[in-house]
Design a protein around this ligand. Structure first.
Ligand code: GDD
Length: 320
């Protein structure tokens, strides 16, 4: 089976690559952009084939998909950091929506028969009323950031290409995920990295934070990529699935857990630059549709994920 991961050099992409390599009879392909950072996949460099491609370029996208002719495509490549989507909204929309459009059009034009998973997001739900918790797939989408809008665009394109052309597309709405290799701008990783730097005396005992009142539903990335795999192995064409733990923590609780794991006595300081024009207050999902169709359930306790994340930063050579 030929499997293509877009976004293979990223956080979830690299963990999904690790998982694919444990499967029998998988030829694994990834695409990378010129000057992509590749440290997340250096340990499996010789076990996969990488092709150069920029998904924002339709020709480049069509050429590589025609060359690989994948059976499964996991489409994870995206501008994935919410704050960047306010600073560069047009770039975020182009990368996420047009990038995916180019993948779909390439598949359609070469009449490739393949299953495609698209990584949509809980950010699509945006504003959620308290009576709508836990969030079901049928909840209205009220995105609060250009990133959220871009993911609604990807999601709706997935629906439309399934309906119009019968393409075998499965949409996963991933809630927050974290773990080793998480980029340092995302909340758990950002806090873990600061704490490790405090432990090592590389910064004063002060942690910079943003909005601690927001609540998020966290799952370990290694559970999330199992869900992505199952979405194509067992998920229904045209379906949309929440992928989440069903439990939410406030960011303040996450911070307290990390501080406790480190055993540090520190000052917590709010950095106004970390506040967003509008932050989604609560995301807590209902994963029952996905569990019923695929048998998936998250297995790694959140505290273990946070411990592994701290260990990742303790061992990481590139810090501060
Ligand atoms: N990044 C960051 N840094 N976030 C902070 C901080 C901080 O110092 N302090 C508080 N927060 C809050 C944010 O305001 C937000 O409410 C929450 O922590 C989580 O922020 P992120 O880790 O940046 O993730 P996100 O929820 O905005 O988006 C992530 O999850 C989505 C799924 O819900 C990303 O992984 C998206 O790509 C993904 O789609």
């Amino acid at each position: 089976m030929r499997v293509l991961i877009t976004g293979i050099t990223g956080f979830a992409g690299s963990h999904l690559a690790d998982l694919c390599l444990t499967k029998k009879d998988v030829d694994l392909y990834g695409i990378i952009r010129w000057r992509s950072r590749t440290e997340n996949i250096e340990h499996i460099w010789d076990k996969l084939k990488l092709l150069e491609c920029d998904l924002r370029d339709a020709t480049s996208t069509r050429d590589v998909i025609e060359e690989i002719k994948p059976d499964y495509i996991f489409h994870l490549a995206a501008q994935s950091f919410v704050p960047t989507s306010w600073k560069a909204p047009s770039e975020s929309l182009t990368t996420n929506v047009i990038g995916q459009l180019n993948v779909f059009e390439a598949i359609r034009k070469i009449d490739l028969k393949c299953r495609i998973q698209i990584a949509c997001s809980s950010e699509e739900y945006g504003w959620v009323n308290s009576f709508e918790i836990p969030i079901k797939e049928t909840n209205p989408l009220r995105p609060l950031s250009p990133y959220g809008v871009s993911k609604v665009g990807q999601d709706m394109l997935g629906y439309q290409y399934f309906m119009s052309y019968g393409m075998d597309i499965v949409r996963t709405r991933g809630f927050n995920h974290t773990g080793p290799r998480r980029g340092p701008v995302f909340v758990c990783s950002d806090f873990a990295k600061q704490l490790v730097e405090i432990e090592e005396g590389l910064r004063p005992p002060v942690i910079e934070v943003g909005n601690l009142d927001a609540k998020r539903d966290f799952t370990d990335v290694r559970d999330i990529v199992k869900a992505y795999w199952l979405s194509l192995e067992k998920g229904k064409a045209g379906a949309v699935y929440n992928v989440c733990s069903g439990t939410s923590y406030s960011i303040r609780e996450v911070l307290d857990m990390l501080i406790e794991l480190c055993g540090l006595d520190i000052e917590v300081r709010t950095d106004p630059d970390r506040m967003r024009p509008s932050d989604v207050p609560v995301l807590e999902g209902d994963n029952s549709v996905f569990s019923n169709d695929t048998g998936w359930k998250p297995e790694i306790p959140f505290e273990d994920t946070l411990k592994d994340l701290l260990e990742f930063w303790r061992k990481c050579p590139k810090r501060v």
